[in-house]
Design a protein around this ligand. Structure first.
Ligand SMILES: Nc1ncnc2c1ncn2[C@@H]1O[C@H](COP(=O)(O)OP(=O)(O)OP(=O)(O)O)[C@@H](O)[C@H]1O
Length: 506
């Protein structure tokens, strides 16, 4: 009736007055915790939800019980519009989970990248008596957050997130998650024990480094670049790091990200204490333009000084950045720039099979804090694989394997596979491995004195065949058989001054 005779303006004023009157006379104070705050989500909402899903919530009349697929734990949640009461510091507190209809058109995603259901607005409302509010509220909120964090650490599976394509706006899911169950640990990783110790110490320093980062005015994050041939354990290393630190993992599929601004949105929504991974960065980021520019510049400087100057290295305007797919500058802005500070305690890992293809800007010191070379299988690495796959700590054939594996270009993945093939018969498995190793090409760890090491900006793997002819890398990083002799290697490297020879295969 009122809606027909009263203009909307008066109705609004009346409603405000009546609300003020009720709040003046009611003995209670209400604290609303909405699921969303602004364009992003509300972290406190998640804490309250977790807090209420602990044993307290089970005491409510009406709870929902869920277990995400492949998860280890059940999750209780306060059912929609259900209330729960508890006592804290002598005060009565109640929580109600309000679910109401959202206005059409506004449909944000929450802070973990999950979409709000199409037309629902979710809020937890805390009710507390006004006279105890100032004494109880602050310690109570701290208690809720601490309990939620503790509960999460004890009972929640860590998650592996991957991004899904977003067509703009906030009305699409940006991250999807599954429980993270990768079994790799530093114990199962086959690599040099010294390097493992170094990485673990670095990670520990990082997790304890809050004060250091604060004092030094740096964002609390650490970047690792894992490089090496396929099958040397880069993905296994990422899993081992996440398991060691008990962090969630965000696996960024850059080819699914439409622009730098979408990358920003994605990365802002990652949680603290997480590992953000961009695998095969040389394949997912378009570096070709920059490389081409750099090569043209190099050739014009070294071969044809009289030629017109090469075009400047990829310098994009802001407008271009928005229309192109993700650019190197967009990525660096998040890892290094202003955006690197929105969030803390985060590890950023890039992987590549071709470090020589990476832009110098990514390799420059200070960009990635640690460059980790995942290399061929050595004897200590083999020992770990023998234990992982065959349960062997030692065997009469180990000395023979040690001799045969020395400086051989075989990956831990290949060794694992060979051992697994005959895992019921350890001796046969080791004999099979030795046979393969004896046929493998040999690595020469000593680099010839002729190789010029001055240009260390770029890295490369230069291969040389058994007869001594080098397989030289061309300007795009691809390796081709040049049929030159070993002596030509020096000339070849000097000519392509941007390469740094890290390993030789003969
Ligand atoms: N260093 C290692 N330690 C233990 N296992 C390894 C190691 N390297 C490879 N493996 C085994 O080989 C398989 C492939 O390894 P992984 O995917 O980690 O290699 P990668 O370097 O990431 O390869 P790619 O570059 O192709 O992604 C895994 O199943 C893993 O068990």
């Amino acid at each position: 009736f009122g809606t027909k005779i009263l203009p909307s303006e008066y109705r609004r004023i009346l409603s405000t007055w009546s609300k003020s009157l009720v709040s003046y006379f009611t003995p209670y104070a209400f604290v609303e915790v909405p699921e969303f705050y602004g364009a992003g989500g509300n972290e406190i909402y998640d804490y309250v939800q977790t807090y209420l899903s602990s044993s307290t919530a089970i005491a409510a009349h009406h709870v929902s019980l869920c277990r995400p697929k492949n998860a280890t734990y059940n999750t209780f949640a306060l059912a929609d519009n259900e209330s729960i009461h508890e006592e804290f510091m002598g005060a009565q507190i109640s929580w109600t989970h309000h679910v109401s209809h959202r206005q059409a058109g506004s449909n944000p995603i929450n802070w973990r990248g999950l979409p709000a259901p199409e037309d629902e607005k979710r809020t937890y409302t805390l009710k507390i008596r006004k006279e105890v509010r100032s004494r109880v509220l602050e310690p109570y909120v701290e208690h809720v957050i601490a309990t939620a964090k503790n509960f999460k650490d004890r009972t929640r599976d860590r998650l592996l997130y991957t991004n899904v394509r977003n067509n703009g706006g906030y009305n699409k899911r940006m991250w999807e998650s599954v429980p993270f169950k990768h079994p790799s640990t530093f114990d199962t990783l086959a690599m040099s024990p010294e390097l493992k110790t170094e990485i673990k110490a670095d990670l520990l320093d990082f997790t304890k480094g809050e004060q250091f980062y604060h004092r030094a005015g740096k964002a609390w994050k650490r970047g690792y670049l894992l490089y090496g041939p396929p099958g040397t354990g880069k993905s296994s290393m990422i899993a081992a790091i996440a398991n060691y630190l008990q962090y969630d993992v965000y696996d960024v599929e850059l080819t699914e990200v439409a622009s730098n601004s979408e990358l920003r949105k994605l990365l802002i929504q990652t949680t603290n204490r997480s590992v953000i991974v961009i695998e095969d960065i040389d394949c997912s980021l378009d570096l070709s333009e920059r490389k081409k520019a750099a090569f043209q510049k190099h050739t014009s400087e070294t071969k044809r000084p009289e030629a017109a100057p090469a075009p400047p290295a990829m310098k994009r305007t802001g407008a271009e950045d928005e229309t192109c797919r993700v650019t190197l500058s967009g990525l660096l802005n998040f890892t290094d720039g202003l955006w690197s500070c929105c969030g803390s305690e985060r590890i950023i890992i890039f992987t590549t099979n071709h470090i020589e293809k990476l832009d110098g800007a990514l390799l420059r010191s200070g960009r990635m804090d640690m460059h980790i070379h995942m290399s061929w299988c050595t004897f200590p690495a083999f020992q770990i694989l023998a234990y992982n796959n065959l349960g062997l700590e030692t065997h009469a054939l180990f000395p023979e394997v040690e001799k045969a594996i020395f400086d051989k270009a075989i990956t831990p993945a290949d060794v694992s596979e060979l051992l697994l093939k005959k895992k019921r018969d350890s001796t046969a498995a080791l004999e099979g491995l030795i046979q393969v190793l004896l046929q493998e090409t040999q690595l020469v760890s000593e680099l010839p004195a002729a190789v010029n090491f001055q240009q260390q900006e770029k890295y490369d793997t230069v291969s040389v065949t058994a007869d001594g002819s080098p397989l030289a890398a061309d300007e795009s990083g691809a390796v081709e058989d040049s049929k030159a002799n070993a002596e030509n290697l020096k000339a070849c490297l000097q000519q392509q001054q941007q390469h740094y020879c890290s390993k030789l295969i003969i």
